[in-house]
Ligand binder design. Structure first.
Ligand code: ADP
Ligand code: MG
Length: 392
């Protein structure tokens, strides 16, 4: 691996500036879901158990370089203390040096919202120097913020011995296993609403994977590009040229593309709307395609059986409303079972994808589910993430 991990660091007696993503949902000052805080636990406990002093750097919301009291990280102190079972000292940047010095071994320091500083989102070198003066080691555990070059995610990494935290490490290892140095054949499943939001992702994937399953609303755009009438389906007709380019690029790269052969259509976009299954080229003019049909699902399952590695972004249908979650659920269950049997490395990410896999009850068995959102998608697009590059 090109980056160091906590294993490579001597932490004893060291102040470890640890960039985390604890941008948790808060209602009336109460944390309603502490998952993001809990996921940083292994890193914080590792630093503590090896005699280091974790000094947490994090952003919250979008204060845009100004002090916005409702976005102060101070409100997270009780939730962090509960999650880590230790005293948490809060400090603004001006108070930080004194508070860090006074903090006892076994305790944690939390610094104020990094985005209160005008230099943070500008990747300002002076701000990074102020941060660096507060620590001996830099540990980045915020993969989900790594697609942005900010002072606490990028510039700072160059000023101190730097390493990936446990969560970042797990994410990087999973992503490397899926697209960096994967076992072949590699299958990508890409669904979701639109081609236009996933253009770069599709372009990158066809050059890296052996088989690409296209589903969801974006499959309609590909069907339409082939001259098929998709009725009232969600479809970006103006993207037909782009879809054809992707098909051509895939042919050159030796990547097979699999589109739905049958589809589930309905006249209304609502739960339990009356529906029927028709061949993919037989969508009635007054209907819309809301899911892949059973033959298509069998083809996806067969593709999963042949693959050693699966990378998945985007549901195969309108999974929020039954019964149009059927194809997504069936494919997810099949991938989960293959993974559980040790036959598949499966990595998935994307906001709606994570929701869909959780709904399908399949998330547990996947090798890795990325909750990183934008950073995961940019990585699938083949981009170098500045926060990751700076660790190398
Ligand atoms: P992610 O957030 O995982 O990247 P997207 O945001 O690209 O995924 O896509 C998810 C959305 O795509 C869901 O809201 C889903 O309802 C929608 N979708 C999938 N298939 C269809 C379809 N055939 N028609 C309309 N919407 C669809
Ligand atoms: Mg989405």
């Amino acid at each position: 691996m090109a980056w160091k991990t906590l294993d490579d660091m001597d932490l004893d007696g060291k102040r470890v500036l640890t960039r985390v993503d604890i941008n948790v949902p808060v209602e009336n000052g109460e944390v309603t879901d502490a998952t993001r805080i809990e996921r940083v636990g292994p890193t914080v406990q590792d630093i503590l158990s090896r005699g280091g002093k974790p000094v947490l750097l994090a952003h919250f919301g979008r204060p845009k370089g100004k002090v916005v009291p409702e976005m102060s990280l101070k409100m997270l102190v009780p939730a962090i203390e509960a999650a880590f079972g230790t005293k948490v000292h809060f400090a603004t940047l001006d108070e930080a040096e004194v508070v860090i010095d006074a903090c006892d071994a076994g305790q944690v320091v939390l610094l104020e919202n990094t985005r209160f500083e005008p230099g943070e989102e500008k990747n300002d070198a002076e701000l990074a120097k102020r941060y660096a003066a507060l620590g001996d080691i830099y540990c980045n555990d915020a993969f989900s913020a790594a697609h942005r070059a900010h002072a606490s995610t990028e510039a700072l990494a160059h000023l101190l011995p730097a390493c990936a935290g446990r969560l970042m490490q797990a994410e990087l290892e999973a992503l490397d296993a899926a697209l960096g140095t994967p076992k072949r054949p590699v299958l990508a499943v890409v669904g979701g609403a639109k081609v236009s939001t996933k253009l770069e992702l599709l372009g990158n994937l066809v050059e890296k994977v052996d088989l690409l399953v296209i589903g969801g609303g974006m499959a309609n755009t590909f069907l339409a590009a082939k001259g098929i009438d998709v009725g009232k389906s969600l479809c970006e007709h103006e993207m037909a040229g782009t879809a054809k380019e992707i098909i051509a690029k895939a042919a050159t790269a030796g990547c097979e593309i699999l589109l739905p052969s049958d589809v589930v259509v309905a006249r209304e976009f609502r739960e339990n709307a009356p529906s029927e299954t028709v061949p993919a080229d037989a969508c009635p003019a007054d209907a819309m395609i809301l899911d892949a049909g059973p033959d298509s699902v069998e083809a996806v399952k067969a593709a999963i059986d042949k693959a050693e590695t699966l990378i998945w972004n985007g549901p195969l249908g309108a999974f929020e409303i039954a019964p149009f979650d059927a194809a997504t659920n069936a494919a997810a269950a099949h991938a989960a079972a293959a993974t559980a049997h040790g036959q598949l490395v499966s990595v998935a990410g994307g906001g709606d994808t994570v929701a869909a896999l959780n709904k399908a009850g399949a998330a547990e068995d996947f090798t890795y589910i990325s909750t990183a959102g934008g950073a995961f998608l940019e990585w699938m697009e083949g981009k170098v993430l500045p926060g990751v590059a700076a660790l190398g």
